[in-house]
Design a protein around this ligand. Structure first.
Ligand SMILES: Cc1cc2nc3c(=O)[nH]c(=O)nc-3n(C[C@H](O)[C@H](O)[C@H](O)COP(=O)(O)OP(=O)(O)OC[C@H]3O[C@@H](n4cnc5c(N)ncnc54)[C@H](O)[C@@H]3O)c2cc1C
Length: 502
């Protein structure tokens, strides 16, 4: 039987970074991936003459020369920084309030952002300046937490980062109201809530502020050749460091004896190891992969209490005209029925709700599709089980087409930009597509809801306590840093370092 120091199940962002980190530290690591390619949803696919990114709209925390962000710093540690080609958007976001028809375009750069907000919402300057001051404190504290890899000296944390410690328990709206930010500015500033999948009265201020700050400070980043480029580079680096990766190798069982991991099994092969890092949902791991008598009751209880995060519908459109011809001027279009995230979140428990994020990669990356063409990705989140209730074997393809029609219409009506006549290629992904592809329950694309105990800080501080089977850890979107490209990359490194420590 082949034996490894650590086996990583799943080659998503978290799994690849965890495996590469351990391999570079001299460990003998195996990745078992059920699919054919690295990256999980960080991949691309081809339709006709278009190469679509399956997931990445924008990466936060990737700086430019002389202004290093957390992710390029991580890539440098992993030895891949010079091997990827990244581009940056000049605009942080463009949001349209469907209710009032008001539009807000927010630039990159803290000063520019504050200035623009003052133009839209006179009297917001002081509170916006306070907000970005807090963001800076939070970012410093989070960098400290990451550098300590969880072995935190609490006294040190209190002394060095008092703002961070004080803000830690509060939700986004509570802090923004406390610093007297005008209501309209709060609404515009909370545009990114859909990226974390929780309305601002549930979402941790610290988490949200750190994400907004990264986007505004460095600008949203994308790789020139889709997220597949990032995944391939990580895979190559892992293999060059001596790591082993087997594709079409779905893990069915994790062997546990006396509370400790002893190996894993695919359909036809067993591997020995005392360390497993699962790039999967703990619900699947505890529910299906470990025999019942070996699953700690506390982990069962926790998994039963946790609420799954957002599901997603993505429409990938290859258009046979350029951005200029069609009339696209923004990279990211956030189209909201209501800028109040609490109201919008409720509406998004329906399937046909009209909250759409549209991304036009060609605005940032001229190479995103052949000359004279462009790409538009429309993504719409769905909360709860409305999709599962609506869809059955008979109506699935009809619902899929109705959804595409509805989202295209919503985009056209809100922006006044006609796209239908330019469609050359179209692909539609639903929660079912993501469920089949990733294996995550109900096809969720955002791990757990970032709410209560599942917000960033409680997750970070209780990660070790939740590790009740010796040698078993989790990484990726269901991990302690929650979902997103940056979070899953960083979490991969965190988990690798903890495994190494063990
Ligand atoms: C449409 C869409 C748009 C998004 N946009 C953005 C964005 O713009 N910015 C951003 O930061 N984030 C975005 N995200 C979120 C981000 O893509 C995810 O949070 C992140 O990629 C998840 O990484 P992960 O490490 O959890 O791995 P996953 O991508 O979930 O991969 C898990 C891997 O495990 C494998 N696997 C599962 N079960 C098994 C098994 N039993 N045996 C072996 N292998 C197994 C799967 O095949 C898969 O390769 C988006 C997601 C989607 C779907």
């Amino acid at each position: 039987m082949e034996k490894f120091d650590c086996i990583v199940i799943g080659a998503g962002n978290g799994g690849l970074v965890a495996a590469l980190t351990l391999q570079k530290k001299g460990k003998n690591v195996l990745i078992l991936e059920k699919g054919l390619a690295p990256g999980g949803v960080a991949t691309s696919f081809r339709r006709g003459r278009f190469e679509f990114d399956a997931s990445l709209h924008e990466l936060c925390g990737y700086g430019e020369l002389g202004n290093k962000g957390e992710i390029d710093a991580l890539f440098e540690r992993l030895g891949i920084e010079s091997k990827v080609e990244m581009m940056h958007a000049k605009e942080a976001f463009h949001v349209v309030d469907k209710l009032t028809k008001d539009e807000y375009s927010m630039p990159v750069g803290v000063d520019n952002f504050i200035e623009k907000m003052e133009e839209y919402v006179p009297g917001s300057r002081d509170s916006m300046t306070t907000f970005f001051g807090l963001c800076e404190d939070i970012q410093d504290a989070l960098s400290y937490l990451h550098s300590e890899k969880g072995a935190i000296d609490e006294k040190d944390l209190y002394q060095k980062y008092p703002n961070f410690v004080q803000l830690a328990p509060y939700k986004v709206n509570a802090v923004l109201e406390k610093i007297k930010m005008p209501k309209k500015a709060i609404e515009i500033l909370s545009t990114y809530w859909v990226y974390l999948g929780s309305p601002i009265d549930d979402l941790s201020f610290v988490h949200y502020a750190s994400m907004v700050y990264s986007y505004v400070l460095y600008g949203p980043a994308i790789p020139t050749y889709t997220s597949h480029e990032l995944s391939r580079v990580l895979e190559n680096e892992f293999k060059n460091a001596g790591g082993t990766i087997y594709y079409l190798s779905e893990v069915e069982k994790i062997d546990v004896e006396d509370g400790e991991v002893t190996g894993v099994q695919t359909k036809d092969t067993s591997y020995a190891t005392s360390h497993v890092i699962a790039n999967l949902s703990p619900k699947v791991v505890y529910g299906k992969m470990i025999s019942k008598e070996n699953v700690p009751i506390e982990n069962c209880q926790l998994e039963n209490e946790r609420i799954l995060g957002a599901r997603g519908v993505s429409i990938y459109l290859g258009l046979n005209a350029s951005c200029e011809e069609i009339g696209f001027h923004h990279y990211t279009y956030f189209l909201s029925n209501n800028l109040n995230s609490k109201v919008e979140y409720k509406k998004m428990q329906e399937v046909f709700h009209g909250n759409v994020v549209g991304v036009v990669p060609n605005i940032v990356n001229k190479k995103a599709s052949p000359e004279g063409t462009c790409i538009l990705n429309l993504t719409s989140l769905i909360f709860g089980d409305a999709f599962d209730k609506l869809v059955n074997k008979e109506n699935y393809f009809d619902v899929k087409e109705q959804l595409a029609d509805f989202l295209i219409r919503s985009f056209e009506e809100t922006t006044g930009i006609s796209i239908r006549e330019y469609i050359e290629e179209i692909e539609i992904a639903t929660p079912l597509t993501f469920a089949r592809y990733t294996g995550h329950p109900s096809g969720v694309i955002y791990g757990y809801m970032a709410k209560g105990y599942d917000n960033l800080l409680p997750r970070t501080f209780s990660e070790e306590e939740e590790t009740r089977i010796k040698g078993l850890r989790f990484c990726g979107g269901f991990g302690a840093r929650l979902s997103g490209f940056s979070s899953t990359y960083l979490n991969g490194e965190d988990v690798a370092m903890k495994t190494l420590g063990e």
